[in-house]
Design a protein around this ligand. Sequence first.
Ligand SMILES: NC(=O)c1ccc[n+]([C@@H]2O[C@H](COP(=O)([O-])OP(=O)(O)OC[C@H]3O[C@@H](n4cnc5c(N)ncnc54)[C@H](OP(=O)(O)O)[C@@H]3O)[C@@H](O)[C@H]2O)c1
Length: 276
Amino acid sequence: MTKTWFITGTSSGLGRLMVEKLLARGDTVAATLRKEGSLDDLKAQYGERLWIGHLDVTDTAMIRKVIDSAFSQLGRIDVIVNNAGYGLFGAAEEVSDAQIDRQIATNLTGSIQLIRAVLPYLRAQGGGRIVQVSSEGGQTAYPNFSLYHATKWGIEGFVESVAKEVAPFGIDCLIVEPGPTETQFAVGLDHARPLACYDNTPAGEIRRMLTSGTFEVKGDAARTVDAMIATADGEKPPFRLALGSTAYASVSQVLTERLRSLEEQKEVTFSADRAS
Ligand SMILES: NC(=O)c1ccc[n+]([C@@H]2O[C@H](COP(=O)([O-])OP(=O)(O)OC[C@H]3O[C@@H](n4cnc5c(N)ncnc54)[C@H](OP(=O)(O)O)[C@@H]3O)[C@@H](O)[C@H]2O)c1
């Protein structure tokens, strides 16, 4: 049976590929973007099955307007994909206040407000699925990506809580966590002005890897999107889906370490209970 999807950030990368693949298999897609014209080729090919909306996810009023018009024009929407996002690159004291505000407004507040805007519609139609594109960086942390991590860890906490609130309405959530994947992500990075004091630190090392092109990107965008769609199609998808061997290795390592550390402190942890 065909489905209807709503996807943000579809001018390039994972979002664009997802639109292409869903249309090619016969689904209907409401695709939103900032760059007018980016999907004109697909519109010419698929006509009515592609609904295009202009949306900058940092504009909450615009989110509500686009969601209202997508549901009123398309009726039921089965899957909402919160995909729009980008990375801010720089050590915490290198990035500017304005860069921080934009990163949080896009990746965190944008995703939160989109979910808040769709929930009344999903409840009214008796259910639906929310796919939140996070990152392996929603569970791990590299130097120079602290603000990006803050948004991805933040959205994971938000979605995990909301999933429990809305399960009784037949709404479920899937958090997707790709590792480094070949899209426009590296091109779209917002770079902070470097401070020389970080040159000989892990942050400086990551910067050199990025600028010299030695930062390893193993993820294939098309295969990542195939896995996202196949999992989102499932009757009972997992709550989190790590994608790519890099994501698997890093998430596995941090979870193992976190559990080991928790167990090691068990006595101290329990000592904080009220004496009964
Ligand atoms: N590629 C990776 O290595 C990787 C790994 C883990 C997670 N992710 C996540 O995957 C998602 C998609 O990224 P991608 O890899 O496909 O990169 P991409 O090719 O750069 O695509 C990002 C998309 O987000 C859109 N976008 C950015 N800011 C926006 C805003 N304020 N409002 C609306 N749209 C906005 C961009 O639109 P414009 O063209 O208008 O800028 C573009 O369509 C992001 O959430 C990213 O954090 C990527």
